[in-house]
Design a protein around this ligand. Structure first.
Ligand SMILES: *[C@@H]1O[C@H](CO)[C@@H](O)[C@H](O)[C@H]1NC(C)=O
Ligand SMILES: *[C@@H]1O[C@H](CO)[C@@H](O)[C@H](O)[C@H]1NC(C)=O
Ligand SMILES: *[C@@H]1O[C@H](CO)[C@@H](O)[C@H](O)[C@H]1NC(C)=O
Ligand SMILES: *[C@@H]1O[C@H](CO)[C@@H](O)[C@H](O)[C@H]1NC(C)=O
Ligand SMILES: *[C@@H]1O[C@H](CO)[C@@H](O)[C@H](O)[C@H]1NC(C)=O
Length: 952
């Protein structure tokens, strides 16, 4: 009887019972206990039967060795289990079924959906495991110490492609214990595993593990520092360290890895020379060093004929390419050298590589003509991007014969000549054609009715001297169309709105000569609609509700803005109607659009009425430009408590009343211009809260009183660079303290180093930003600064009633470019400290009552191109030196007793006693008219501004 219960009997009986029902196939049959364990495991698992292809089909009445995902050895023990991609979400912990399968050598649980659980320690019961794949299965948290006890592991995959908030951690055990214990390990995949204790262990030892062949430690920003040397005769086949913070040079010892077939060191911080020893990698097939900061020359890739993939893009490689670089690369499929500093011409041999499908050379300095190539008839090329280089001459004919091309991008080069659209007709599979910004004349005149590019989704022909619309009537897949900056006249055809059969989302027709929209038209669900800078007239086209960006500016649209426009702009972020001829009121409905609206520009129209209260209560609006209209009434006191305005431009309207107190809520303000209105108020001290303020223009209003604020804030306005309060009734003293905090006008300000323009960037998209403008008055000339350099500085306090002395502290504003204090009642001497304003280009102190001599220190103002000290009470000799003698006499006239060149008064001849008389005379002669500058100075100024703009 004992015999009956022995395992052997058990085995025999099972075998015989199975033999009864089955024809025994080559493999052995599953042992009953193994089957029971498998079924237990399956019962435990919570999985989605509709997504399962393996578990769901396990039939208890069949041989478990035949079950999908199960493999057995000769005697029916389960040694392999692949239950990946089964959407298992629970039932792994305490799974006596799974952890009882003690013969298991290979286990794959990848791509399941365990809900952020830890890896159970029980895995180490599976002592025979050599292969364990738990990747992308939803495990998080510390990797249990038990994993480091599975000493027979050859392959361990714990990587995650899309890590959630929490990821797997390798702290204790750490990487060191792991690799020290797992002595058989050949493949270790830890993509996105948080490998901490950075710097201490890693990675000195890991490259030395003699068995290790494949290593993936990518996506770990904690990994940093220099890479250690690779061992002599390293056994590595594959190394992936992308998206880590490794930095410093790539070790030359990389050349030791003679067996390497794949290396990915992309998106790290490597710098220095690309090691020349990579030419030792004679087995390499896949090489990705992209997005680092490597310098040096492109290596001769001919070292390995196995190369299929080369990506060195986004580095700082230099030098040129020759055909030797690619000799014999018959298997090369992908090559990306974009975003480097490569120059020279493009070797024709590249186009003859027989397997090459993707060639990316954009954003380099390749130049010269692209030579014709004849051996391209069998070319496999489907992506060719040569954009943003210096290539010239005609587009080579053979491009039109690369029949497999899907993507052809040649924008931003100097290609020239006339190209017929039909030339591209052979490229039937083009999905993307971009020729913008060359010196090409694209001729789209023929009216071919067939659809030339049935697959085209993206067409950019900006700046291609197009005279008319290309016929795109049958383009059913188009989503992006850019025909901007051409010479297309007349009507926008109705069919343009039907291009793409509703798939069009980006349409740019700006900078053409278009006059009308052919009717009837229906604008489809565009996201971006840009028709600015044309000559379009009539009513505003109603934008589609899907539009995020709408630019109608710079046209002749007239009549009023449709009253319900704001109800349509439900997702709009950018809406500009500036520089048109619109009349009527600002529709209140625009307030309904403000949930997403970041920029609203209605400037330079003839809009009248008042500013809707609700418009200012928007929280998202960053730019509100209502300047240059006929708006009247007061500015509503409705700025939201979470006001996010950066630019508020209300200049040149008929606004009256006061600056509303709620403006204090707008703490991010950078530009405030309310000039040329009828605002009657005291100095808007609430703006002192906007420490980001850069531009304040109150010019030509009825402001009055002192410009002092209580309590005096010390650090306020440290970014201020332009303040214009001219033509008001301000009075009182210029307090020394007032200039002290304006660090934006001092040279030590860090911002001085950034040569940025003041602009509002929104949506965080590359090309979408709003350029602030400001009008600066210099020498009576109004100058519209479209690109306000963050280094441009100006103070204009002219035409007020300021009295007292000019404080010496003005000399601290060491980067000041324009200082105008003219037409006030300032007294006392010209501060010597003005001589410290070494950047000063324009100084106007005329029509005051300044006394004393012109300080010799002023001669150190070497950039000064405009000076007006006329009509004061200055006396003595005009200082010699610098350019003081180059200004005209008018700069000095009307003073008590100035003498010397350029005045016609010799310094020997003035008797000091006559000063009093002259004082009397000069007072009666003061002419408060605003004096225009002489033309001669303008040239001088223009040059200096040019220097400021371009040299800085
Ligand atoms: C697994 O077993 C442990 C103790 O061995 C217990 O604490 C835990 O609750 C069990 N988990 C499940 C899911 O049954
Ligand atoms: C790599 O190449 C250099 C010469 O280019 C040679 O000196 C070195 O021994 C090579 N290293 C290996 C491991 O082959
Ligand atoms: C790249 O390296 C150059 C010089 O080695 C350095 O000036 C530059 O800042 C680096 N750029 C980045 C993004 O690290
Ligand atoms: C095109 O450019 C090439 C080289 O830059 C020049 O020699 C040629 O004259 C140009 N052709 C035309 C039509 O402008
Ligand atoms: C164009 O694309 C189609 C579908 O992908 C393919 O069958 C065809 O061979 C391609 N034509 C050329 C010339 O490559």
């Amino acid at each position: 009887m004992r015999f009956l219960f022995s395992p052997l009997f058990f085995l025999i009986s099972i075998l015989s019972s199975f033999c009864f029902f089955h024809v025994v196939p080559v493999h052995s049959q599953c042992l009953e206990d193994q089957k029971i364990l498998l079924l237990q495991m399956k019962d435990n698992f919570v999985f989605n039967p509709s997504m399962s292809t393996k578990l769901v089909a396990w039939n208890p009445s069949t041989d478990c060795c035949l079950w999908h995902g199960v493999s057995c050895n000769k005697i029916g023990q389960v040694i392999g289990l692949d239950i990946s991609l089964e959407e298992i979400s629970d039932g792994l912990q305490n799974s006596t079924g799974l952890f009882g399968l003690r013969y298991l050598q290979r286990l794959n649980l990848a791509w399941n959906r365990f809900d952020s659980i830890q890896i159970p320690g029980e895995f180490h019961h599976l002592t025979s495991l050599t292969y364990l794949n738990l990747s992308n299965a939803g495990f998080v948290g510390q990797i249990p110490i038990e994993v480091s006890r599975m000493t027979r592991l050859v392959t361990l995959d714990l990587s995650t492609l899309f890590p959630g908030f929490e990821s797997l951690k390798l702290e204790n055990p750490n990487l060191k214990t792991l690799v020290q214990n797992l002595k058989e390990l050949r493949e270790l995949y830890l993509d996105s595993v948080n490998i901490s204790a950075p710097g201490r262990f890693f990675p000195d030892k890991i490259f030395q593990v003699p068995t290790l062949q494949n290593l993936d430690l990518s996506n770990n920003e904690l990994l940093k520092g220099n890479l250690p040397q690779f061992p002599q005769r390293g056994s590595f086949r594959r190394i992936t360290l992308s998206y880590t913070n490794f930095s410093g040079p790539m070790p030359d010892s990389i050349g030791n890895l003679g067996m390497l077939s794949r290396i990915d060191l992309s998106n790290c911080n490597f710098s220095g020379h690309l090691p020349s020893t990579i030419t030792n990698l004679t087995e390499i097939g896949y090489l990705d060093f992209s997005s680092n900061n490597l310098t040096g020359l492109v290596p001769l890739f001919s070292m390995s004929k196995k190369l299929t993939y080369i990506d060195l893009s986004r580095n700082d490689l230099s030098g040129s390419l020759s055909s030797m670089h690619f000799e014999g690369l018959n298997d090369l499929v992908y090559m990306n050298l974009g975003y480097n500093s490569l120059n020279g011409s493009i070797p024709p041999a590249l186009f003859a590589l027989p397997s090459l499908q993707i060639l990316q050379l954009s954003n380099n300095q390749f130049g010269g003509e692209v030579n014709e190539s004849s051996s391209t008839s069998s070319s496999q090329l489907h992506t060719l991007d040569l954009s943003s280089n210096l290539l010239e001459g005609p587009i080579p004919e053979f491009f039109f014969e690369l029949r497999k091309l899907n993507v052809l991008v040649l924008s931003s080069n100097f290609f020239n000549g006339t190209v017929q659209m039909e030339n591209f007709q052979n490229l039937q599979n083009l999905t993307r054609l971009e020729l913008a910004c060359n010196r090409l004349s694209i001729n789209a005149s023929s009216s071919s009715t067939s659809s030339p590019f049935p697959q085209l989704t993206r067409l950019s022909l900006a700046s291609c001297k197009l005279q008319r619309f290309p016929d795109l009537r049958n383009q059913s897949k188009m989503s992006f169309l850019d025909l901007s900056d051409n010479q297309i006249k007349g009507e926008i055809p109705y069919w343009i709105w039907e291009v793409g059969n509703g798939s069009l989302s980006h349409l740019n027709l700006s900078y053409n000569l278009l006059q009308h929209l052919q009717k009837p038209y229906k604008i489809p669900s565009l996201t971006i609609l840009d028709i600015h800078s044309n000559q379009l007239q009539g009513d505003l086209p109603i934008p589609p509700p899907s539009a995020i960006f709408i630019d109608y500016s710079g046209n002749n649209f007239n009549n009023s803005i449709p009253a319900d426009i704001g109800n349509i702009l439900s997702v709009a972020s950018f809406f500009s109607l500036s520089n048109n001829s619109l009349t009527g009121a600002i529709p209140e409905s625009l307030c309904n659009a403000t949930s997403y609206l970041q920029l609203l520009d209605l400037s330079n129209n003839s809009l009248s009425g008042t500013i809707p209260n609700c418009l200012l209560s928007s929280q998202n609006l960053g730019v509100l430009n209502l300047g240059r209209n006929n708006l009247s009434g007061a500015i509503p006191n409705t700025f939201s408590s979470s006001c996010g305005l950066r630019t508020l431009d209300l200049r040149r309207n008929n606004l009256s009343g006061q600056i509303p107190g709620s403006l204090v809520n707008c703490k991010l303000l950078e530009v405030v211009t309310v000039g040329n209105n009828y605002i009657e108020d005291i100095f808007p001290c609430m703006l002192k809260n906007s420490s980001s303020l850069r531009v304040l223009v109150l010019r030509s209003n009825r402001f009055n009183g002192d410009i002092r604020c209580h309590p005096a804030a010390n650090n306020s306005w440290q970014n201020l660079q332009i303040i214009d309060i001219a033509f008001n009734n301000f009075s009182g003293y210029l307090y020394p303290k007032c200039f002290l905090s304006w660090r934006g006008m001092m040279l030590d300000n860090d911002a001085q180093l950034e040569h940025n323009h003041l602009k509002f960037k929104y949506l965080n998209l590359n090309n979408f930003y709003y350029q602030d403008t400001v009008t600066v008055t210099i020498k009576g000339l109004e100058l519209e600064l479209v690109k306000i350099l963050t280094v441009f500085t100006s103070i204009d306090f002219s035409c007020n009633n300021f009295e007292g002395e000019i404080p010496e502290t003005v000399g601290d504003l060491s980067s000041l470019y324009i200082l105008n204090l003219s037409h006030n009642a300032l007294t006392g001497p010209i501060p010597k400290s003005i001589g410290n304003l070494t950047q000063l280009g324009s100084l106007d102190l005329s029509k005051n009552q300044l006394t004393g001599v012109i300080p010799q220190e002023l001669t150190s103002l070497t950039f000064l191109s405009f000076l007006n000290l006329s009509y004061n009470r200055l006396f003595g000799m005009i200082p010699l030196g610098s350019q003081f003698q180059t200004f005209e006499a008018a700069s000095y006239e009307g003073n008590l007793g100035l003498c010397g060149f350029p005045l016609d008064v010799s310094c020997n001849k003035i008797p000091p006693t006559s000063f009093e008389d002259r004082l009397y005379n000069s007072k009666t002669k003061i002419n408060w008219d605003y004096v225009s500058a002489a033309l001669g100075y303008t040239v001088g100024f223009g040059i200096t501004v040019w220097v400021l703009w371009f040299a800085l």
